[in-house]
Design a protein around this ligand. Structure first.
Ligand code: PEP
Length: 251
C-alpha cells in the first residue's frame, strides 16, 4: 500500500550561518536533493531569517524547501525585531517552525502564543510545524503523555487538517544533548499524539508527526522506523550537508 504520509526531513539551523557558508551548505543539500529527485519524501531547511531569501534563491528549482524558524502572530506593526509570517513567505519560505522549545523557554512562549503563530502561518500561506515536548523533570515524573496532550490542545488551532499542520515531537532533554528516547518510547509518544489529534483534527490519521532530538545519520533509520514517525526535525546534524543528507536518505 502506498504510504499516505510523505516523510518530511526538516533542518533547523537555529542561530547559525553567515551568508557565504550558509549558501554553500544549502547548495550542497539542494544539489543532492535535485539529483535524487525524491517524490516520496520532502526535505526542508530552516535558516535564520536573514538568510531565508538567499537560501530560497539557492534552492529554487531543486526541490529543496525553505522555511522560517519562528514568526510573529501579527502581519505587521510596531513589533521591533520581529518577523511576520508574510515576510517569510515574501522571502521564499513555504514552512515555519512554531513553538520550538528554545522559544518556549527563552522567550516565554505559551501554548496560546504558539497557536496564534500557527494561525499566522496559515494566514500567510505557510505550513506550520508545531513543536511540543516534555522536559526531563516532566518525563521523570511520569507526566510525558499528559504534557504532550496539554501542549497539543493549547497549540493546535481549531480547523487544522492534515494538509495544514505538521507536529514535531521534541523531548526537551534530547535536543542538542546526544540523548534520545528509545524507539518504543518514541512510538508511544507518537501514538498518543495521534490519539489526541483525533479529537482536534478531522483527518488526524494524515497529519505528519516528526521526531526531533539528537537525530543524526547513524540513528536516523532506527528512529524513523518507530511507529507513527513521519520524518525528523534536525538541529545540529542539519549544519553538515553529508550528515543531513544521510538522514534524508534514511527516510
Ligand atoms: C532541534 O533544535 O529542533 C533539534 C532537534 O536539535 P538537535 O537535532 O541538535 O538535537
Amino acid at each position: 500500500m502506498a504510504r499516505t504520509r510523505r516523510p518530511l526531513i526538516a533542518g533547523n539551523w537555529k542561530m547559525n550561518g553567515l551568508k557565504a557558508d550558509a549558501i554553500a551548505l544549502a547548495k550542497g543539500v539542494a544539489d543532492a536533493v535535485k539529483q535524487a529527485g525524491w517524490t516520496d519524501r520532502e526535505v526542508l531547511v530552516c535558516p535564520p531569517a536573514t538568510l531565508v531569501s538567499a537560501i530560497a534563491d539557492a534552492a529554487r528549482g531543486t526541490g529543496l524547501l525553505v522555511g522560517g524558524q519562528d514568526c510573529h502572530a501579527k502581519p505587521s506593526g510596531a513589533h521591533t525585531g520581529e518577523i511576520a509570517a508574510e515576510m517569510l513567505r515574501d522571502a521564499g519560505a513555504s514552512h515555519v517552525i512554531v513553538g520550538h522549545s528554545e522559544r518556549r523557554t527563552d522567550c516565554g512562549e505559551t501554548d496560546a502564543i504558539v497557536r496564534a503563530k500557527a494561525e499566522a502561518a496559515w494566514r500567510a500561506g505557510l505550513l506550520p510545524i508545531v513543536c511540543i515536548g516534555e522536559t526531563l523533570a516532566e518525563r521523570e515524573a511520569g507526566k510525558t503523555l499528559a504534557v504532550l496532550e496539554t501542549q497539543l490542545e493549547g497549540s493546535v488551532p481549531a480547523g487544522a487538517t492534515a494538509a495544514t499542520l505538521v507536529v514535531a515531537y521534541e523531548p526537551v532533554w534530547a535536543i542538542g544533548t546526544g540523548k534520545t528516547p528509545t524507539t518504543p518510547e518514541v512510538a508511544a509518544a507518537h501514538a498518543h499524539i495521534r490519539k489526541v489529534l483525533t479529537g482536534l483534527v478531522a483527518d488526524a490519521a494524515g497529519v505528519r508527526l516528526l521526531y526531533g532530538g539528537s537525530v543524526k545519520g547513524s540513528n536516523a533509520a532506527e528512529l524513523l522506523a518507530a511507529g507513527d514517525v513521519d520524518g525528523a526535525l534536525v538541529g545540529g546534524a542539519s549544519l553538515k550537508a553529508d550528515e543531513f543528507l544521510a538522514i534524508a536518505k534514511a527516510a
